[in-house]
Structure formats: C-alpha cells, structure tokens
Ligand binder design. Structure first.
Ligand SMILES: C[S@@+](CC[C@H](N)C(=O)[O-])C[C@H]1O[C@@H](n2cnc3c(N)ncnc32)[C@H](O)[C@@H]1O
Length: 349
C-alpha cells in the first residue's frame, strides 16, 4: 500500500498492512542487500542469500533514534511506518539499549546516556560473516546476542541447532530468543558472560564476538577446534577499533590478520580478559616515536589530515601477523624494519 493510499488510516493499522505486505518486505531486503554489495563488501552468494532471506525488522520492532543528546524510542507504530521500515533496511546500526534501558522499556520522551546494545550495521556484519566463513553444520558460538539479527544470519548459514549465542543482559536474551523463534529459528540463547559462560565441553568450528575485547579471552581459543576460525573486534588504545580473524593452530595458538573494515564496537563487559600469548606473533621492536612516516597506501604524510593510517605497532599489539586493507595485505615479520605505517581505511591518525 502506498503512502497516499494509506492517508487517513490509523498508524497502527498502516503498520500492520505494511508488515503484511510480503512484496514490500522482499523489496526492503533486496534494497539492503544492494546497499551492502555496493559498499566495500563483495557479497558471496551464500551471504547475499542470508541477507535476502533473513528479515531485520522482527529483531528491531523498536529502536532509538537520536535527537540531540537524547535517544528517542521509535516504534513501527509511531507514525510514518514507511520511514521506519526504510530506517530498518538502511545500512546503519540501530541502537536498542542505552545504559541498560532497552528501547522497549523507554519513555516516549527518550533517555540520555551511552548506547549499550545495538543491531550492528549490516555491511559490517557482512564483512565479519564473510571472514567467519560459516558452512552448514559448523558449530558456531556468538558472544553478544544483542537483537538476535546476527544470530539469525548464523542460523541461516549453519543451521539453527548448531548456533549458540550469549548476552550479558537477560532482557536482551529473552527478546532475542523470542524473535529468533518467531522467524522459525531455535538456537541456544544463553544469558551470561560471553567470555566465560561457554557451555561446558562444547567445541566450536566458528567463534564470533560482536562486542570488542582488548585481549582474546583464553576460553574462546581453548574451545575453538583446530582449524576453526575466530572473528573478534579488538579495542586498542586508539579511538577506533579493528577486527581480527584468527585460525586455531594444532599447537593451541592462533594466527591471522586484521580485516580492512574499521570498526568501533561496544566493549565486551567482563573483568576476565586475560592476555593470551601468541608465540607465533613476532615481538615488535620498539617503534621510533614520531618518525616522519609516509603511509604506504595513500602516500600521504602523517601530518595530512586525510591520512587514514594505523601504526604497525598498534596492529602488532592487537596480535596481527598480516594487516589488510581493501587493496592489499602486508605481512609483518620480525626482521622487517618498521619503516612504514600501515593504513586501514577509515581510521584517522
Ligand atoms: C553490538 S551489540 C551486538 C549486536 C548483535 N550481534 C546483533 O545482531 O544485534 C553488543 C552486545 O554485546 C553484549 N555484551 C557486552 N558484554 C557482554 C558479555 N560479557 N557477554 C555477552 N554479551 C555481552 C551487549 O549486551 C550487546 O548486546
């Protein structure tokens, strides 16, 4: 039903009509998939299939929009349902919780504070899922269930009986479980600390975190099968963050690379982020501070305001052996002199 045809119809009814309009919902998913594919992510057919098949709107029936300092809850029934649906199927993150107050529970006047849960921007989800390379039947563990939308993608890719997702908030886990069940998925949804509450004895082929860690929790590495993949956002001392993709080796360590996608995730709230030592990572010689470095990708000098670089030492601190941008990867070896700075798209000095 078009906006003009809806004139005079109460907004709740208009929403119901819109959310019953299968063609319109398919169109919305196609539009989102195209937005992702037009960006830096080249979607595999598997991932395109996931974004085309798994709807986002059941996971975010209400989310916050920003008005100055305030976060105002926005429901599908709050007025212009078309605008709401467009926002849901736009490649943006949608904030669902601020300082522990879920948008479902917020007063219409909104709240102020710091976002504590969101549905991640779909293109970022796509990048991380692409790196995770989930195959049907893989056992998958997600730390940070949030809205449940990413867990739904994992269910689509691996099969719902193979997915476990954890969140520290019982409101979020209850809602995520209900919404996943609502679209026919029944994964294991756990209320707990994603760094600690990995089900006893379970081993995983794929582990993904959707909240950032300063160090990879040892339990994730322990519970990842040899050859398994672990994708986690790392939070360093820089304002931004980056995503590590590690493969578990037979000796119990892991090696990997940093994705080109810049990412600033909410932190995984836990006091148990114990540093894991990766013997295969080279020990970085001290970086000469303030060297007149030139970014190898852009050729710009450090003082250039539009340079988008991250220092090699930062990448190493995060435990990377290879650093990639959208154009190329570079392997950091112990013997390699630290003459250049490594660029990551979107991260500014
Ligand atoms: C960016 S959101 C996750 C997005 C989610 N994957 C989705 O698709 O909507 C980050 C989530 O991590 C959760 N979180 C923070 N600390 C956690 C912890 N220690 N264990 C599990 N979840 C945690 C937050 O509650 C929040 O829901």
């Amino acid at each position: 039903m078009t906006r003009a045809r809806c004139a005079g119809v109460p907004s709740r009814l208009r929403t119901e009509v819109l959310l019953d309009d299968e063609q319109r919902l398919i169109q919305a998913r196609v539009s989102l998939t195209q937005q992702i594919d037009r960006g830096s992510v080249v979607l595999s057919s598997q991932l395109a299939g996931a974004f085309l098949n798994v709807p986002r709107h059941p996971f975010v029936p209400v989310f916050y929009r920003r008005e100055g300092e305030r976060f105002i809850p926005w429901r599908s029934t709050d007025g212009d349902a078309e605008a709401w649906l467009d926002a849901v199927y736009t490649d943006d993150s949608l904030i669902t919780e601020v300082d522990g107050v879920h948008a479902e529970q917020a007063d219409p006047g909104g709240v102020t504070g710091v976002p504590t849960s969101s549905s991640t921007a779909p293109s970022l989800m796509a990048d991380m899922l692409d790196a995770l390379d989930v195959k049907e039947g893989d056992e998958v563990y997600e730390a940070g269930a949030g809205s449940g939308y990413n867990a739904a993608m994992l269910c689509h890719l691996a099969g719902d009986k193979h997915v476990t997702t954890v969140d520290r908030s019982d409101t979020l886990t209850a809602l995520a479980r209900e919404r996943l069940n609502g679209i026919g998925f029944d994964p294991l949804v756990i209320h707990g600390d994603g760094a600690r509450d990995v089900p006893p004895d379970a081993m995983y082929d794929r582990i993904i975190a959707t909240a950032s860690v300063r160090r990879v929790p040892p339990l994730w590495l322990e519970r990842c099968r040899i050859g398994g993949i672990l994708v986690a956002p790392l939070k360093g001392t820089l304002a931004g963050g980056m995503i590590a993709r590690l493969t578990k080796l037979p000796d119990g360590t892991a090696v990997g690379r940093i994705l080109h996608t810049p990412a600033a995730f909410m932190p995984l709230k836990t006091g148990t982020e114990v540093e894991v030592r990766y013997p295969r990572f080279p020990t970085a010689p001290p970086v000469k501070p303030r060297s007149p470095a030139v970014c190898w990708m852009t050729g710009r000098s450090r003082s250039s305001p539009s340079s988008t670089c991250l220092t090699v030492s930062s990448a190493r601190t995060a435990g990377a052996t290879t650093v990639c941008t959208s154009r190329r990867c570079t392997t950091l070896r112990a013997a390699q002199p630290l003459v250049s700075r490594t660029c990551l798209r979107g991260l500014r000095w």
